[in-house]
Design a protein around this ligand. Sequence first.
Ligand SMILES: Nc1ncnc2c1ncn2[C@@H]1O[C@H](COP(=O)(O)OP(=O)(O)O)[C@@H](O)[C@H]1O
Ligand code: SF4
Ligand SMILES: [Mg+2]
Length: 325
Amino acid sequence: MSDPVLTVRDLRIVFGNAAVVDGVSFDVMAGEIVGIVGESGSGKSLTARAVLQLVPPRAKVTGAITFEGQDILSMNAQAIRALRGTGIAMVFQDPMTSFNPVLRVGDQIGEAITVHAKTPRRTLLQRVRQLLAGVGIPNPAERAEAYPHEYSGGMRQRALTAMALANDPRLLIADEPTTALDVTVQDQILRLMRDLNARSGTAILLITHNIAVVASLCQRVIVMYAGRVVEDGPVAEVLTAPLHPYTRALLQSVPRLDNPAGRLAAIAGQPPDPADPLAGCRFQPRCASAIGRCAIEEPALDRLAPGHRARCWVAQDQAALAPVA
Ligand SMILES: Nc1ncnc2c1ncn2[C@@H]1O[C@H](COP(=O)(O)OP(=O)(O)O)[C@@H](O)[C@H]1O
Ligand code: SF4
Ligand SMILES: [Mg+2]
């Protein structure tokens, strides 16, 4: 077994009286590719952002996050800056964290390198061009001189990915990095991540709406619902024999024929209001398998098979009845 590069323990993120991330725990092993899936609003992005202390200042964050054994939540801004890029890099879909509009793309990627390692100008230019070429940007020397607005959306996302990869991070966190892109560009960016993982052993935490992407890229998957992890385990098991009714509903909501990209469709009903949590299982009002106990008491996230956990009374009963192998 390899060591965990990232551990998240009992992470809680609270806005006012709403715990929008509520007791999340998981590991990412060195060199591993882990997916996080779940409906919009389940707390995926805030969980990812907490890893680089990027949650809004008014959010109250508790629990523990360690990267290579270092305690992230107690780090000061300087220590986090030193970690960003070389240790942990992030790619987001939203424009908030993308390029500075008044600086050339090449200069911004160069800056991401020199902030960590003084580099002679000639070497730097070469490295920037190499990175741009590596993400499939044609005429990299020329494109490095262009401003962000002179890039198309797809090209800008590639350039952002190039910047994230500039310092060979040990952990890449990608939050829906390809959602806004067409399928071809999406495939190229995902291939890039897979190559990076194979070549440099970079661990990847990939948040996505796309089950097909999880199936093709990830070794493990974490399913989040209403601020909680409800199931996690090896992709081969979770996607073919899901233990949690929510995971099953997610998989059934993938329209296979008319949408081969596998974007998730809606599940009937709404998740609970995080300011007014339910007494029992948070999925109970939408769950077709619910039993009496589900409305009264919340199940724990239990290990039901090797490396495979689920938070469900019925799944736990079935695992207890299953013959011991
Ligand atoms: N700045 C904020 N202030 C208050 N609530 C927020 C803020 N950011 C996110 N939330 C709430 O936290 C919940 C989880 O958000 P998020 O992590 O972005 O979900 P996901 O990425 O799974 O769609 C959502 O219900 C959202 O409304
Ligand atoms: S605990 Fe009950 S309500 Fe919750 S997912 Fe399992 S069966 Fe459904
Ligand atoms: Mg999100």
